[in-house]
Design a protein around this ligand. Sequence first.
Ligand code: GLY
Length: 301
Amino acid sequence: MPLAIIAHGGAWDIPGELHAEHLDSCRAAAAAGWNLLTRGETALDAVEAAVRIMEDHGVFDAGRGSHLNADGVVELDAGIMDGATLQAGAVASVKRVANPITLARRVLHESPHVFLVGEGAERFAQEAGLPLCEPEELVVPRERELWERKRRETQAAPPDALFRASDTVGAIALDGEGNLAVANSTGGTFFKHPGRVGDTPIIGCGLYADNTLGAAACTGWGEQIMKTVLARTTVDQIALLGNPMSAANVAIAYFKHRVGGLGGLICMSPRGEVGFAHSTPYLAHAYMIEGMSEIATGMKA
Ligand code: GLY
């Protein structure tokens, strides 16, 4: 089985001046995961490392740099799944964890539960020895300005708010043991109601991995992704069609047709073939499969 990794930095109407930064960050994320895979580390290690790079970067709606909620606070969601065992870990609405993907992974390994939220998730972080940060450390000036502007408005959210809502990040990897893993992280939608959770940490909706079927990670408008159980829908299509690119296209066509879905996804077969598709203008992504001479990047499928 070839080693393989694919990472994405969100599906939305990414402005031209941000393309290079998105592609560079996706490439760096894929490279970090790839380095681990080539050293014999696991797919779980690779996807966690890839997502951490994007959580730390500041350009994405994940980790530092995420959108603020209606209270002006960053609230983060993340999930991770092991395709070998179907073990999963997820956290939501955490405000004091800079790398929620690492907290999700600790839930996967160290908790009898799958999903922890809010204060309970932060308490688990402390119990697991992970550092907590100040909520303000997660806020960048760009997002504070957007939030101030929105707060001054008297009308409902402008339509482009939805397009800006889709900068979630994710990664899928296949390691030398033939194990798949998937990881996702987001700050959720701009100006969301406090406590709102989207698809990103929800197993089957934002992410899914099963060594016997394939893996998928979704990005976009979470409410629509949840209603269509998009990650598991995509994985079922991989199993049915045997080709992840066709599976990605079928899943996005269904998403668009059934709920007018705005978003995108990446996926991988148990043999390390990749697929990606989107209904938005762009999906920033990067991938590397054993045998390729360098990491491939792109903004469109
Ligand atoms: N897809 C990210 C969210 O809706 O929260």
